[in-house]
Write a protein that binds this ligand. Structure first.
Ligand SMILES: Cc1ncc(C[n+]2csc(CCOP(=O)(O)OP(=O)(O)O)c2C)c(N)n1
Length: 332
């Protein structure tokens, strides 16, 4: 397998605590959503990324506003990290007018151009050629902005994935392909959909480096991403980072995941990215009992406020349903 240069990085205590805050906030956001689905309060499809938070935090931490991300159904946390307020994101999941798409989509297909978030469609893998196209635009505009494209190992078996990587490799485009390998594509285990062990190996076919890393280690993800971003900004082309991880819940909140064992789930829960990072930060004395309490209180307050805001926000009006579908004013 190709290797990438080890990148040195130094994070200040404040930055480490900020990373910790994001891990906790993204976990809490998804956990609350899961409860709201069970209570029948959120009716849109909810695909939590509980257990996978280190990938989002390690890749999105410190991105510029101008850099683009192309998130998927399980990456709501990346919207938060890119600057979408928790209130707005929660409204989006409730289908309220205060959400990103003002209640006009199934909650998972919105983007925010001003924040560098490209809305995804349901077709798996289809965000990847778009990511390559965005990266080509950056190249043509002469900027050193970068695109981060997220996808699952299941999506890496689609034609779009291979076309996107080929195009990005040929043109040495500034894009980082981040595979969230959570071991299952819905109910299909990875060994039944791939004849190789590592998605990362596929990058070699397209002439750029790929690495497989522990996706539950936020600093490992951050380190690999920093290396890939530096390559991309310097005009050296794409990188594929495969983050090995596991999703704790079913594919979506309506999937009971009978296709896996309790033992397997327990094993992966023992690799929970949050306690691992907590122990590390406590060892460094960056995290104290006091600031841990303060961060947990801030997270709870943010989520409570977001839910309260979304619940009391108005529903969309039927006569607004087709507004904003076309540029310019609609015909009278
Ligand atoms: C092209 C395409 N095929 C099938 C589906 C149905 N589908 C939606 S999510 C999913 C599983 C996705 O697995 P993966 O890409 O590994 O991402 P994960 O959900 O595990 O994060 C499938 C098969 C789809 N949306 N698009």
């Amino acid at each position: 397998m190709a290797t990438i240069k080890r990148t040195k990085f130094k994070l200040l205590p404040g930055q480490l605590l900020e990373m910790f805050y994001w891990l906790k906030l993204i976990r809490a956001f998804d956990e609350r959503l899961s409860i709201l689905v069970r209570q029948g309060k959120v009716r849109s499809g909810v695909y939590t990324g509980i257990g996978q938070e280190a990938i989002i935090v390690g890749t999105a931490f410190g991105l510029r506003k101008e850099d683009y991300i192309c998130p998927l159904h399980r990456d709501l946390g990346s919207f938060l990290m890119k600057g979408v307020e928790a209130r707005v994101m929660m409204s989006q999941m409730f289908g309220k007018v205060t959400g990103l798409s003002k209640g006009r989509d199934s909650a998972l297909h919105s983007g925010v151009n001003e924040l560098g978030i490209f809305g995804n469609t349901s077709m798996l893998g289809s965000n990847l050629p778009v990511a390559a196209g965005l990266a080509l635009t950056f190249r043509m505009e002469g900027t050193d902005n970068v695109v981060i494209a997220y996808f699952g190992e299941g999506a890496s078996n689609t034609g779009d994935f291979h076309e996107a990587l080929n195009f990005a490799g040929v043109h040495r485009l500034p894009v980082v392909f981040v595979c969230e390998n959570n071991q299952y594509a819905y109910s299909v285990p990875v060994e039944k959909s791939m004849a190789i062990d590592d998605v990362a190996d596929r990058a070699a076919s397209y002439g750029f480096p790929g690495v497989a890393i522990n996706g539950n280690d936020v600093l490992a993800v951050y380190q690999s991403t920093q290396g890939a971003l530096a390559r991309a900004r310097a005009g050296e082309g794409p990188t594929l980072i495969e983050c090995k991880t596991y999703r704790w819940h079913g594919h979506s909140e309506h999937d009971k995941a009978f296709y896996r064992t309790d033992e397997e789930l327990a094993m992966w829960k023992s690799r929970d990215p949050i306690p691992t990072f907590t122990t590390y930060l406590k060892g460094l004395r960056v995290l104290t009992d006091e600031n841990l309490r303060e961060i947990e209180a801030r997270v709870t307050k943010t989520i409570d406020d977001a839910v309260e805001f979304a619940v009391s926000a108005p529903d969309p009006m039927p006569d607004e349903a087709v507004r904003d579908l076309y540029t310019g004013d609609p015909e009278p």
